[in-house]
Design a protein around this ligand. Structure first.
Ligand code: MTE
Ligand code: MO
Length: 337
């Protein structure tokens, strides 16, 4: 079957939550344990998109938590969900090794609870979140996003999370906060890639990333705590990671412990490691080749057998240009790559 490209926008106000979706999502989130019940939803796969539009009986729900739950649906026909088994077994997370199967094998060593995420820097109200806070304190939203790795493979992943803007607004940024710096946990005793440069791919730890304040405040930018209706598996960056769908995957930093408002462009791991190959912006751009390969197309990991994949055209800003291109107006994107 041929998958065709689409330039349609996937982020439209009128697609955000109606009552039915709201109730259905609450049910899913309760089942996945985000609302306190223990049981996990069994393989939601493709069906869960359609389920969201079927009616749902009113249920006895624990109060408060899901009040402003919203749902943004990625509509394009090419954008079938990548099977959960592939999303959770084909990963980049160098703290646990450099081969795609290493993270799923090694990341279980990571202690997720207790966790401490600090939001600080140039703001009036710095604060900290513990493990439970990540799941209970904010309205959780589902976002189905394309994810495009700079290595030219891609997936479609149903995330659960909190808009980063929600956390930043709570911190109340000062007017000189121009950028946001992110930092992954450094805990070599649990992260084998941090024990040796060979295992860890020769990068320096902790892994760090950054966004401009405008990018960080953009409604598409998500702090994810789950995928496929479950808490994040460790290999996907548990318990809390960034998702910036119009940028190459390496911007979507995993297992975050610190989010800091700063006034200068912060250092970023892959830029530090190979500045001629990886820039600060890293917007998905089919017109700008990586020095060692073209970015014009990508290998979409699809439904089907273990090796199912489909070559498709890569879209500017990963197909989210309508929503984000204005952020880069007047910028030479071959220079700011
Ligand atoms: N801390 C940390 N975050 C990371 C990485 C990493 O090695 N360490 N790899 C990045 C890269 S290159 C990609 S493509 C995505 C992969 O996310 P996934 O495994 O959940 O698909 O995570 C990003 N976040
Ligand atoms: Mo990546």
């Amino acid at each position: 079957m041929k998958i065709t490209c689409s330039n349609q926008s996937q982020f439209k106000d009128h697609e955000i939550t109606d009552e039915t979706v709201f109730n259905q999502r609450r049910k899913l989130l309760k089942q996945m344990g985000f609302l306190g019940a223990g049981s996990l939803l069994s393989s939601p796969s493709q069906a869960n998109i359609l389920d969201l539009f079927s009616s749902d009986k009113p249920q006895n729900k624990p109060a408060a938590v899901m009040q402003n739950l919203s749902f943004i649906k990625d509509k394009a026909a090419r954008d079938e969900l990548t099977p959960e088994a592939k999303v959770t077994s084909y990963n980049n997370f160098y703290e646990f090794g450099t081969s795609k199967t290493d993270p799923a094998q090694n990341a279980h060593a990571l202690t997720l609870n207790p966790w401490n995420l600090s939001i600080n820097g140039l703001c009036h109200k710095p604060f900290e979140l513990g493990y439970e806070d990540l799941f209970n304190k904010y309205a959780l939203e589902e976002r189905i996003y394309r994810m495009r790795c700079v290595e030219a493979w891609s997936m479609v992943i149903p995330w659960i999370g909190i808009p980063l803007a929600t956390l930043l607004k709570q911190a109340d940024p000062k007017s000189n906060a121009q950028y946001v710096a992110f930092e992954t946990l450094k805990r070599p005793e649990e992260m084998i890639g941090q024990q040796s440069r060979l295992v860890g791919g020769g990068i320096n730890y902790p892994y760090v990333e950054g966004l401009t304040i405008e990018e960080a405040m953009h409604p598409l930018t998500l702090i994810a705590v789950g995928l496929y209706d479950k808490a994040l598996p460790a290999q996907n960056g548990a318990p809390v990671r960034l998702v910036v769908p119009w940028k190459y995957g390496f911007k979507s930093i995993k297992s975050i412990v610190n989010i800091k408002l700063v006034d200068k462009e912060p250092p970023t791991t892959w830029n530090l490691s190979a500045p001629s190959e990886y820039g600060f912006y890293a917007n998905v751009n089919p017109a700008v080749s990586h020095p060692r390969w073209s970015q014009a197309q990508e290998r979409r990991i699809t439904q089907g057998g273990l090796f199912s994949q489909q070559y498709i055209k890569t879209l500017p800003f990963n197909g989210y240009g309508k929503e984000v291109a204005h952020l880069y107006k007047g910028m030479d994107l071959t220079k700011y790559f």
